[in-house]
Write a protein that binds this ligand. Structure first.
Ligand SMILES: Nc1ncnc2c1ncn2[C@@H]1O[C@H](COP(=O)(O)OP(=O)(O)OP(=O)(O)O)[C@@H](O)[C@H]1O
Length: 642
């Protein structure tokens, strides 16, 4: 964490790089112990885009063009029209953008080079609040405290006190025990949600706080309250850097430093209260009752032009500047403000060249693996208990289909042809229900994807912790318990073998079929970001597996090039195991013939030896393990960069 321990360095660097006028600026802010100074120079950030819709060539789009600046303790606002690069600048400084896109430039905090480790050591409040909707404000804050504060340094009572103080500081006392709210559950208001998101990050007392458009989506009074809150926090020794769209005047008044961006370039960076006079110096006129924020946006949008009679305006309209360049950006670079920043940055970076070794990129966590697993699992269980619709639906569906299968194949006789036809038909139906009944598992990693990416990138917990907690919390209530209900009901209704061992092996087979189908659904869920894609990707293999299950088509008569697909069919392994378990040892009769179950299995080329039965379980177990491992790998591969 960039906390007070680094403040000595902050003071030194600040003393080194600050101009006298800016020292007095900081003093004027009345900040006792200033937050860190963030400097960045020559930031050039590009993304790759396809040249055309079907083109195979990629072109580079420049989002930030040689952006440099210094942001000190206090309120640092980044403004500009939509698409000007505000969020990109914030993300690059906070180390949240893909480093491959950063073509040049570096970010320094208190004069030291920072790479992606800043991502874990500073706090970042994203634009769309990412909180667990079924938990209360206090529970969310406690979750953050438990995971972000090391248990070795903070006792339970310490953490509880910290949570209480954040609740007090952010004025969340009245809604502390109200749930955040979900799609189905009305919770706290938008402003309270935003304050809770800020609180989640304040738990560690970071002295550097990034916020991406903290007022977007809030009414003007709530927006004012949020900025006033940030202003108050900044006065306790914090560097607050945020992007903001079009603030009202009372909000603008609270900014200390303003960075104005236009098309990825800085057109003004300096004291917020001197911005108007800067632009007036360039020939723009701000009407007496105009909101300064609107005035700046009108300038950047080009809707406000410099006064025609101003000598300076010639340059803004083309004059001596190269036409392709942004005249406001060029003016800023040539201005005293721009030159002073460049000089300060040169001084800072000169000393750095020899010692510019970036900090380790390896993620550091405040808590050990088992502790994270306990906390994340208990949150997942709490979430399921408070949002039990999926579990109820799963149990209900299984009871319904269990009874339905039982009624369709009620009391199967031992006389041919019903004995064989109904048994094999029932097994295939059971396996189909077991596989398709678990389609809901595809939502597991999709519904909370944004929350996982935010918490994982902020260093709350490891990917493995999240994976294990989700998998086990889903498997037991949603996949294993309902399977037992579903298996037991039709078994007795159909009058299958009345033997304990046969019933047990039947249940094992059904569970293995269910678990392997669920694991495949988990793999799809971890691989794609939307339900629509997940449904397509899960339906396709399930349907193929069904065709190659051995019931709908004779696999021995199939083209050799296609028949290999039977080896990856969950349906085939499930069906074979159920058939061996039930038919082995049974004798079926008709008026003229007698037939054993073994004869039928031989005819179907199903190996009914002991190993023949268990090899199906091993194959199902193998599919399950491979899918779970791949799901975990996919979860690790999710793009965390913005
Ligand atoms: N990953 C990306 N791929 C393609 N273009 C991108 C990417 N990230 C940003 N951009 C483009 O870069 C420009 C700046 O985007 P950015 O989100 O930083 O702007 P902004 O000023 O925050 O906009 P807004 O106020 O609308 O949020 C936009 O034109 C955007 O489309």
């Amino acid at each position: 964490m960039i906390r007070s321990s680094k403040e000595d360095i902050a003071m030194e660097v600040a003393a080194e790089c600050e101009q006298p006028s800016e020292d007095s600026e900081t003093a004027a802010l009345n900040i006792q112990a200033p937050g860190p100074t963030v400097s960045f120079y020559n930031l050039r950030y590009c993304v790759k885009e396809r040249a055309g819709m079907f083109s195979m060539t990629w072109v580079e789009k420049e989002i930030l063009k040689d952006v440099s600046g210094i942001m000190k303790s206090g309120m640092n606002a980044v403004m500009g029209p939509t698409g000007s690069g505000k969020t990109s600048l914030l993300d690059v400084i906070a180390g949240r953008k893909d480093p491959q896109g950063l073509k040049s430039g570096q970010v320094l905090v208190d004069g030291a080079v920072v790479t992606s480790s800043l991502r874990l050591s500073s706090a970042y409040v994203v634009q769309n609040d990412v909180l667990m909707g079924t938990l209360t404000v206090r529970e969310n804050l406690t979750f953050s405290a438990n995971l972000q504060l090391s248990p070795a340094d903070h006792s339970f009572s310490d953490k509880a006190m910290k949570v209480e103080s954040v609740i007090q500081e952010l004025g969340l006392k009245d809604c502390a025990d109200t749930k955040i709210g979900t799609m189905f559950l009305r919770g706290v208001s938008g402003g309270e949600k935003k304050r809770c998101s800020i609180g989640m990050e304040l738990i560690t007392s970071p002295s550097l706080l990034f916020l991406d458009e903290p007022t977007t989506g809030l009414d003007s009074n709530t927006a004012h309250m949020i900025i006033t809150l940030l202003h108050k926090l900044s006065r306790n020794g914090r560097t607050i850097i945020f992007s903001i769209h079009q603030p009202r005047y009372s909000i603008f008044q609270q900014f200390d430093h303003l960075t104005l961006l236009n098309k990825g370039e800085i057109i003004y960076a300096g004291s917020a209260d001197k911005a108007i006079s800067y632009f007036e110096g360039l020939g723009y006129k701000c009407d007496p009752f105009n909101n300064p924020a609107d005035f700046f946006l009108d300038i950047t949008n080009g809707t406000l032009l410099p006064q025609a009679d101003s000598a300076k305006s010639e340059n803004m309209n083309g004059g001596e500047l190269v036409v392709s360049e942004n005249p406001l950006a060029v003016k800023y670079r040539q201005s005293q403000l721009g030159c002073s920043v460049t000089e300060q940055l040169q001084e800072l970076t000169e000393g750095l060249k020899s010692e510019s070794r970036p900090a380790s990129d390896k993620a550091q966590y405040a808590t050990p693996f088992y502790y994270q697993l306990m906390l994340v699992s208990s949150r997942t269980v709490k979430n399921i208990l408070r949002n039990p619709q999926t579990s109820y639906a799963q149990v209900f569906l299984n009871i319904f289909f269990g009874v339905l299968v039982g009624l369709i194949y009620y009391q199967i006789p031992n006389s041919l042809p019903e004995a064989l036809q109904n048994r094999t038909g029932a097994f295939f139906f059971l396996v189909i229900n077991m596989v398709f009944g678990n389609l809901s598992a595809v939502e597991l990693f999709i519904s909370e994807r944004v929350l996982f990416i935010h918490e994982n990138s902020s260093g709350y917990y490891r990917t493995s912790v999240y994976f294990l907690s989700k998998v086990f919390a889903d498997l037991i209530p949603n996949r294993i318990l309902p399977v037992f209900i579903f298996s037991a009901i039709p078994y007795f209704m159909m009058a299958l073998k009345p033997e304990v061992e046969a019933f047990f092996l039947y249940c094992v087979t059904m569970s293995m079929v269910s678990l392997s189908a669920v694991s495949l659904a988990f793999l799809v869920s971890a691989s794609v970001g939307s339900f629509a894609m997940a449904n397509i990707f899960i339906a396709l293999p399930f349907v193929f597996m069904m065709v190659f299950g051995g019931f709908l088509v004779n696999l021995n008569s199939m083209l050799s090039g296609m028949s290999w697909l039977k080896w990856i069919s969950i349906f085939r392994y499930g069906f074979n195991a159920l058939a061996i378990n039930e038919l082995k040892g049974l004798v079926f009769t008709s008026n003229y013939t007698t037939m054993t179950g073994e004869m039928y299995l031989d005819h179907q080329e199903i190996d009914y030896s002991t190993w023949g039965f268990w090899q199906n379980q091993v194959a199902l177990g193998g599919i399950m393990c491979i899918c779970l491992v791949l799901a975990y790998v996919q979860l690790r591969r999710i793009n965390r960069w913005k």
